[in-house]
Design a protein around this ligand. Structure first.
Ligand code: B3K
Ligand code: ZN
Length: 876
């Protein structure tokens, strides 16, 4: 495909008024009739043709106001249908009949089949695989949908909006009609038809309207959908309370399917979910699964306002709905669970996924200005950094003005397709702040680096803070302007209390927010009676890299006293990283690894602190990942050395804390029936973290075997299995536990995915042989995206030593897999390929192998646009 530029945006020549669709469903020969009412937009010349999008369509009929259109008056090319000589001003009706083959659709875009269910996925450009259409988000229309299918095999016929009615047709078929009164873009269209079980409930909205809630799952799985239903009802109340947003149809439906390219999709009134994010029970789902289900149910539901009622003018504006909706689901989870622990998880995820993207060849602005394949822009930059930018608006304005800005946005733009500029203007207006500089967060890619240093003057009782910011160059953006960076700060005194500052000069402060806006800024805090310890970027108020040389003693002080618990976790992280970096260097040089006592003391103090919630303590004890260490080192990385060094630091902490960890494994037992609530999950997390340290200290599998045998829920069971398989991969105990687990859950696809993932992530060079062998296992299924991600995806994304084997075999394996997956499912292939985005920060030998493997991919025949876009950007 060619490159599409934001600056080329212009509205369509024709306005679409209504859409009437009729589907005659058949597994291989589905007939679609689309009746589209258009009129020419004012000012558009009378001879401008109507150009519609299409992809892999067979057209069997084309009418204008019920009369066949002569062949001379239209062109059907591979991706467009152009119709000429249309009425100059009056509305007209175009009727298009197409035939499609859902069974043969392995891309999972458009209409496809999954486990005998008809299902659609239209975002971003899937609707054009159903019929010719102006398939872009700024074309909003009201839809009526008629579905006809065989009644016995396909009893359930669903689409967007409210149910109008249905009946049998006397020939073994039946039909159902749906009407969605809310104008919507085609990407929010959905159709689901099949034979499914249902969980039902109702919700009464703030204004007293009753909404029917239905979650459809495969027959027999209904009991596993009750948690999702509970999460849905909590999401609906929360959006009313927090954002004043009510649901707007008589019915809200969720359908869980087992073949899906992503997490879920927010189609109006008919969300379609990857069943991984719906189905849960204690025996088969981990605490993390429950938390993900809650977050994704909320996310898709929240899209009803941020995405559906107010949508994107064009796909460059994707963060308008995604960044904002991620922010909303983060806030929801923070309110449902522990705000601090949620924030830690968010920041871990941001740093692990978005920071590497922003530092590598795939870096792009939150609001990009060009793309070749839009599916490749559903990125962690658009989603997670987009959410951080929304969070910063709230930080810069304060909660009240942020709320006012959101209210204005909902009021002003309801029913429209808008831009980031429209969104930001609402906040500028209510706050009377100029947000021009702030908006650079949408336009400049790259993670800003802030360097800080402090000097305390006892005689003057001042603290001088010198700040400097730099945004690194990224593809297509070689020089950057200084940004508006909101840094929340605290000045901690010796006794742990906060300094009472009498005046600040050199920066605007709002509450504890310091506004860094210049390239270099010197800020003086006065009235400080003794040397304070500066806590900088509390709560991760800005998504930046921070270079701040603090002594281990100062970091330990923050870890002990900060009132912002997130900052305490951050300080522990900052204490750990230099140790882990040094450990990697020692391991590389074959020297003994040393771990500072200050780190061990601080970690064990947090571990044993009964005033801290268990989930926080578990987070405090989980050291930065190998990917975090690699990022900190920055270049010339050797994943084996990083891994070896980290293992030895873990052992040192484990040995020093053995008694504490033993105590925790006793204290943190959760008794009574399983509950997925945050407090119980936190206790399990701390207990399992302690267990993993104990296994390091003892260096033998007995304790993990006992935990595996005693586990009565999937969290404990999968943790014990992970410890066994990862720490003792060649042991009889690990083999036995893996076999037991497989036999017990062979008929549960979501659990078997875990079985694949645990093995795909066993560290070390032997991983590749294991993965290759697993691909031949009868349970492996190369056409199910969850299964492919569980095995191939996690191997490439989450097994640094295994994937980055020094001989390059991991990369060559991935290249072969990508070429194979690409023939069926280009989106899946392109996504998994992004696992190589940091290849340039590897040491030379590995980087050379990686480059060659990427080149092998470019040499592949008939590459999809998805894969060729990614591979070409990675090699540039
Ligand atoms: N909007 C969808 C993502 C669609 C991805 C298309 N390639 C899910 C979500 O973000 O809620
Ligand atoms: Zn979303």
């Amino acid at each position: 495909g060619e490159i599409i530029h934001l600056e080329d945006y212009r509205p369509t020549d024709f306005v679409l008024e209504r859409v009437d669709l009729t589907f005659e469903l058949d597994p291989t020969e589905t007939k679609v009739e689309a009746r589209l009412i258009f009129h020419r937009r004012e000012g558009v010349s009378a001879d401008a043709p109507l150009v519609l999008d299409g992809d892999e369509l067979t057209m069997t009929g084309l009418l204008l106001d019920q009369e066949e259109i002569a062949a001379a008056n239209y062109d059907a090319a591979e991706h467009t249908l152009t119709i000429r000589h249309l009425p100059a001003a009056a509305p007209f009706e175009i009727t298009i009949t197409t035939q499609i083959n859902p069974e043969a659709n392995t891309t999972l875009m458009g209409l496809y089949r999954t486990s005998n269910v008809y299902c659609t996925q239209c975002e971003a450009e899937g609707f054009r695989r159903i019929t010719y259409f102006p398939d872009r988000p700024d074309v909003l229309a009201v839809y009526t949908v008629n579905i006809i299918a065989d009644k016995a095999s396909t009893p359930l016929l669903l689409s967007n909006g409210n149910y109008l009615g249905g009946a049998g047709m006397g020939d073994g078929r039946h039909f159902a009609a749906w009407f969605d009164p809310h104008p919507k873009p085609s990407y929010l269209f959905a159709l689901v038809a099949g034979d499914l079980g249902v969980v039902e409930d109702t919700f009464t909205t703030l204004s007293g309207r009753e909404v029917a809630l239905k979650i459809y799952v495969e027959h027999g799985k209904e009991p596993r959908a009750t948690y999702a239903m509970d999460a849905l009802k909590r999401s609906m109340s929360w959006d009313e309370e927090r954002f004043g947003r009510e649901y707007d149809l008589d019915i809200f439906m969720i359908v869980a399917v087992s073949d899906f390219n992503m997490g879920a999709m927010e189609n109006k009134g008919l969300n379609v979910f990857n069943d991984k994010y719906v189905l849960a029970d204690p025996e088969t789902a981990t605490d993390a699964d429950y938390a993900n289900i809650e977050a994704i149910i909320a996310h898709e539901y929240f899209h009803n306002w941020t995405g559906n009622r107010i949508t994107c003018r064009d796909w460059f504006q994707l963060c308008l709905k995604e960044g904002l909706t991620v922010y909303r689901d983060h806030e929801f989870s923070a309110d449902q669970r522990s705000r601090t622990v949620k924030r830690i998880a968010e920041v871990r995820h941001l740093k692990a996924e978005q920071f590497p993207e922003d530092a590598g060849p795939l870096a792009h602005p939150v609001r990009p200005t060009k793309f070749r394949e839009i599916n490749n822009f559903y990125t962690t930059t658009v989603y997670e950094k987009g959410s951080e930018v929304t969070r910063m608006i709230a930080t810069v304005l304060g909660a009240d003005l942020f709320k006012k800005g959101m209210d204005l946005y909902f009021e002003r733009h309801d029913g429209q397709a808008v831009t980031i500029e429209d969104f930001v203007a609402c906040f500028a207006e209510v706050s009377k702040r100029d947000l021009t500089q702030f908006s650079l967060w949408y336009h400049q890619a790259g993670t800003p680096l802030v360097s800080a240093s402090t000097a305390y003057d006892a005689a003057r009782q001042t603290l001088t803070l010198s700040l400097e910011q730099m945004v690194p160059p990224t593809p297509g953006q070689s020089s950057k302007e200084p940004m508006h960076i909101p840094l929340r700060i605290g000045l901690l005194l010796e006794d742990g209390t906060e300094a009472q500052v009498t005046s600040v000069s050199g920066a605007e402060m709002t509450g504890d927010v310091l506004h860094l806006v210049e390239r270099k800024q010197t800020v003086v805090f006065a009235g400080i009676t003794s040397r304070p310890v500066l806590s900088l970027n509390r709560g991760f108020s800005a998504p930046i890299n921070l270079h701040f040389e603090q002594t281990p003693a100062d970091r330990a002080h923050i870890a002990r006293y900060e009132s912002d618990l997130f900052a305490r976790w951050q300080a522990l992280n900052d204490l750990a990283l230099p140790n882990l970096v040094a450990a990697a260097a020692s391991a590389k040089a074959g020297k003994p690894v040393h771990c500072d006592a200050s780190l061990i003391d601080a970690l064990l103090a947090a571990a044993a602190d009964g005033d801290l919630e268990p989930a926080f303590r578990a987070q405090a004890l989980s050291l930065p990942s190998e990917a975090d260490i690699a990022r900190e080192i920055g270049g010339n990385n050797d994943p084996d050395a990083i891994h070896a060094g980290r293992q030895q630091i873990m052992s040192a902490i484990a040995k020093a804390g053995q008694t504490i960890f033993e105590k925790l494994t006793d204290e943190m037992v959760v008794s009574g029936p399983f509950s997925p609530d945050a407090a119980s999950a936190g206790r399990r997390a701390l207990r399992n973290t302690a267990l993993s340290y104990l296994v390091y200290a003892e260096n033998q599998p007995a304790r993990a075997v006992d935990a595996f045998n005693a586990a009565n829920n999937m969290t404990d069971l999968s943790q014990a299995l992970t410890i066994l398989a990862h720490r003792f991969p060649e042991s009889a105990e690990a083999a036995q536990a893996l076999a037991t687990f497989k036999a017990r859950f062979a008929d549960n696809a979501l659990v078997i995915d875990k079985w694949f993932t645990i093995q795909a992530t066993i560290p070390g060079a032997a991983a590749l042989n294991r993965v290759t062998a697993l691909m031949a296992d009868p349970l492996f299924n190369g056409s199910n995206p969850n299964r492919v991600r569980a095995l191939v995806g996690t191997f490439a994304f989450s097994n640094p030593t295994g994937f980055n084997r020094a001989d390059g075999e991991g990369y060559r394996f991935l290249a072969r897999q990508i070429l194979d997956i690409d023939t069926r499912n280009p989106q899946l292939a392109a996504r998994i390929l992004t696992s190589m985005r940091s290849w340039r920060s590897l040491e030379d030998v590995r980087a050379g192998h990686a480059r060659n493997a990427l080149r092998d991919i470019t040499a592949g025949k008939k590459l999809s646009a998805d894969v060729s876009d990614i591979v070409e950007r990675m090699l540039k």
